[in-house]
Ligand binder design. Structure first.
Ligand code: BES
Ligand code: ZN
Length: 857
């Protein structure tokens, strides 16, 4: 017996580079697929017509294919024997157009990775983005290969769905045809015993579109909110972007086991049930908001993603950044624009800033990856959307509109790049965007240092931008930064309305003339660029802006900065909570002229992780326990100061009448919830307990339960909640998460460990896994408890899940990305756990890439 010597690279995962892009050497003229569904032995028959491209740079006939059993392969009717590797097959092909036919067998029931064709709760469903289609059949599985698909499904299920329009529906078979050429990642198939919530929409040109939300029997009562959101999205895209839907039917399906939130497959969106099913009794206000946004997001992809798609996965932000930007515009129009902006910035700072300043930092358009699934990141999505916001601010609304019209006109039906996208803006505006492009190619969050001076009526603002090195990128060039600035006089009146400064140099000054006195500047209004603003400001000035700024974002930002500074001096100097800030808060809470949603945001304390990051940025090693204690002290002191007015404020902000998830009521409940949280610190939970038992909606039931749990007074109600909702998976996810989120620092890991042994816990459902492990990593002081128990438990569970579901495992590895913030002892504990994961035999490519990038920090 002879063994081949292993090649040294054999175990190293392959890295893909943007610079290596080469088009596929063949046109795919048409694709016909037949599915013979069987849980453990589904047959997939493909008939695909290929035409070689003359003069192709890469003439090899390579089809991706993973975990497929090839039954037969033919070219123009004659059997062929392709050469097969774990990644795909190659085969000798004719010089002109030919018909490729293959039959493969796959195992949907055994597919726990939830990529390709898999089963969830007895139904068949697919997830093909980014590279899941290759687990269904042999195919050039890359987004620049587009073709029309005809799909025949043979199965005993009563509902058989695929993309496009229905051609025929018979007993045990259905045929679908999608006339729009698409890449394979947009393919979808669903088969199950489902029921629908039907509706219809008439487009602006008068075409009638059939709409359906498909769910498992029993869930049909939870579809109407999602359906309304879909119709609002369709109307909005026509009105604002002039974009109409382009098929006769639009289907949405809810599935329980799903790695992500939802997927924009052409004409057949597939949703994590948590992102579409809603009812007042089982969903919180936050759930309703998310559902409305995500339905819009996936629908908007029909143009930004499907009609115009990405040339390769390096261009992912082309569709995701733009579609996040569009769904944010939609939410701003449907609800409150300032509340949406503030929430998005809170989210950006919580998720994208740490990513951009840590070991996982990468450009909005990355230039290399090992596993593309690891690049569906906050940077691609949220920073990608911020970059579009900046572009719009720089060129103005009218030019943005023209550029988008040109984009759809010029690129419809194509697979595009960021260069195509920027060219459209250059052509529409005559601007040179080469410097702006740095936002796509340079990683890292710029720091913007501001100084000012005033003399003889002239006010001068000087900005200096710097970006720290990021992995693989030491040198950074100055970027274009739109800085929205307004000036206030000492009475709080605006003497300079918002003006957009355009910074292009490393250091640059701007002057404002003819002022009667030194103004108070309001800088980076609306958060006009995703940068870290550094300015020596006083708490008095922050309080002044909190009281007077006409820009709602900066008004909130002033309060946020006050909260942060107060918290930091409590931690580092042992001071008591800042009085000026406490007073300002008390005034704002009672100010009925202010939007309740805004007041709720002002009352939302900075997260403990944000405080850790802020300390770290000042060269102070954060102590998670101290940060936790300061947060507790602050909340208690605030509650005590407001003690006399809390019961009245609670009563005044309690909504009368039935539940509705609209923005106004949502804002009022948010404020009411904040007040209840403060009240619970004083009344031992009496009011929260009353609210818990009286609640007729999940927002108030769960809000009350959270308050009680945090006060360690919720044992009875938590048990009651469990027995009331044990049959409802989505509500149970909330219960699981809450146990861990509310646990005291020393107990969080133990509580989470116990929950992983709960009969309702399973590693196979990503929502349940994320409920427990996501809550653990989100409990800052608990996860980072000095015992290391949090780190150990997460690592144990990542290792266990990796063998089942690599994609969800790899995403959860990001919990460790901030490890360099903490002290040496914690770093040692984390390093040990990262190393233990890295040493696992057979670790997935997904987790391997994440862990090694984090370890190499
Ligand atoms: N295209 C993605 C879904 C996706 C992501 C599939 C990664 C496969 C791998 C979809 O459009 C999306 O972006 N969904 C987001 C929600 C959205 C509101 C930002 C998600 O699933 O979290
Ligand atoms: Zn998307």
């Amino acid at each position: 017996m002879t063994a081949a010597a292993p090649s040294p690279e054999q175990d190293l995962p392959e890295t893909f580079y943007l610079k290596d892009y080469t088009p596929f050497g063949f046109e795919v003229d048409s694709v016909e697929l037949t599915f013979r569904l069987q849980p453990s032995a589904t047959r997939v028959l493909s008939r695909i017509r290929f035409t070689p491209k003359p003069g192709a740079a890469d003439p090899r006939f390579f089809l991706h294919g993973e975990k497929l059993t090839l039954i037969s392969a033919r070219i123009d009717g004659a059997d062929v024997s392709p050469e097969i590797t774990p990644e795909g097959l190659t085969c000798v092909t004719p010089d002109s157009s030919f018909l490729w036919e293959a039959e493969v067998e796959i195992d949907p029931a055994g597919n726990t990775a939830l990529e390709g064709l898999y089963m969830s709760g007895g139904m068949y469903c697919t997830q093909c983005e980014a590279e899941g289609f290759r687990k269904i059949t042999y195919y050039p599985d890359r987004p620049d290969v587009m073709s029309t698909f005809t799909v025949r499904i043979e199965g005993a299920e009563n509902v058989l769905l695929s993309n496009g329009n229905p051609v025929s529906q018979g007993d045990g078979v259905a045929e679908w045809h999608d006339p729009w050429p698409k890449p394979a990642y947009l393919f979808a198939l669903v088969a199950g015993d489902l029921v629908n919530h039907p509706d219809s929409f008439t487009t602006q040109s008068g075409k009638e579109v059939e709409l359906n939300i498909w769910v498992r029997p029993g869930d049909e009562g939870k579809c109407s909110f999602g359906m309304q959101a879909l119709k609002k999205s369709m109307a909005w895209d026509e009105e604002v972007y002039g974009l109409e839907y382009d098929l006769d039917i639009f289907n949405i399906v809810a599935v329980d086991d799903f790695n992500m939130g939802a997927m924009e497959n052409k004409g057949l969106n597939i949703f994590n049930s948590s992102c579409v099913l809603a009812s007042p009794e089982t969903s919180t206000d936050a759930n309703f908001e998310r559902i409305e946004a995500i339905i819009a997001h996936e629908y908007f992809h029909n143009w930004t993603g499907n009609r115009i798609t990405c040339r390769d996965w390096f261009q992912l932000c082309l569709k995701e950044g733009l579609t996040v930007f569009r769904d944010a515009q939609f939410t701003s129009d449907m609800r409150s624009a300032s509340v949406k902006r503030i929430s998005d910035v809170i989210d950006l700072r919580a998720r994208q800033f740490p990513e951009d300043q840590g070991p996982l930092s990468h450009p909005v358009r990355p230039e290399q990856f090992q596993e593309i699934n690891n690049f569906y990141t906050a940077t691609i999505y949220e920073k990608g959307a911020e970059v579009i916001g900046m572009l719009k601010r720089l060129v103005g609304d009218a030019a943005y509109k023209q550029a988008l019209e040109l984009y759809f006109q010029r690129h419809d039906g194509q697979a595009c790049t960021i260069e195509d996208w920027l060219k459209v803006f250059e052509d529409a505006t005559g601007r040179d965007l080469s410097q702006f492009k740095l936002w796509y190619s340079q990683a890292g969050t710029p720091r913007l240092k501001v100084t000012d001076s005033f003399a003889e009526g002239t006010y001068k603002l000087t900005f200096e931008q710097t970006t720290a090195p990021t992995p693989g990128q030491d040198h950074k060039d100055p970027r274009v930064i739109p800085i929205a600035v307004g000036l206030l006089n000492d009475k709080g009146e605006e003497v300079q309305p918002t003006t957009m400064l355009e910074m292009t140099e490393g250091t640059q000054s701007f002057v404002f003339e003819g002022l009667g006195g030194k103004p108070v500047p309001s800088i980076l209004r609306e958060f006009s660029a995703p940068v870290i603003l550094e300015r020596d400001s006083s708490n008095a000035e922050r309080a002044f802006l909190l009281a007077h700024d006409s820009d709602p974002f900066n008004r909130w930002e002033a309060g946020n900065a006050l909260a942060r500074e107060s918290r930091i001096s409590m931690i580092t100097e042992g001071t008591s909570p800042d009085n000026a800030y406490l007073e300002a808060l008390q005034k704002l809470v009672r100010d009925d002229d202010l939007d309740p949603a805004f007041r709720a945001l002002i009352l939302q304390p900075p997260s403990q992780s944000d405080i850790a990051q802020a300390l770290f940025e000042r060269g102070i090693t954060p102590d998670p326990q101290k940060i936790h204690d300061a947060a507790e002290t602050f909340a208690l002191v605030l509650a005590q100061q407001l003690a006399n007015s809390l019961p009245r404020l609670y009563a005044e902000t309690t909504l009368e009448g039935g539940y509705a998830p609209d923005a106004i009521s949502t804002g009022k409940r948010a404020l009411n919830g904040r007040i209840l949280a403060l009240l619970t610190r004083l009344d031992g939970g009496d009011q929260a307990s009353r609210q818990y038992y009286a609640a007729d909606n999940m927002t108030q039931q769960f809000g009350a339960l959270s308050c009680l749990m945090k006060a360690e007074k919720g044992g009875v109600q938590s048990a009651a909640f469990l027995s009331q909702w044990k049959e409802d998976r989505l509500v149970m996810d909330k219960w699981f998460a809450l146990q861990v989120a509310c646990a005291a620092p020393g107990q969080a890991a133990g509580v989470a460990a116990d929950l992983t042994r709960h009969p309702l816990f399973t590693l196979k459902n990503p929502n349940r896994f994320r409920a427990v492990m996501g809550a653990l990593s989100g409990n800052h002081a608990g996860f980072h408890h000095h015992s290391g128990a949090g780190y150990r438990l997460l690592a144990d569970n990542l290792i266990a899940l990796d063998a089942i579901n690599p994609q969800t495992t790899a995403r959860m590895c990001t919990a460790f990305q901030t490890w360099k913030r903490y002290d040496g002892a914690r770093q040692d504990l984390i390093r040990q756990e990262l190393q233990r994961i890295a040493d696992q035999k057979g670790l997935s490519r997904d987790s391997n890439e994440m862990i090694s990038r984090i370890l190499n920090a």
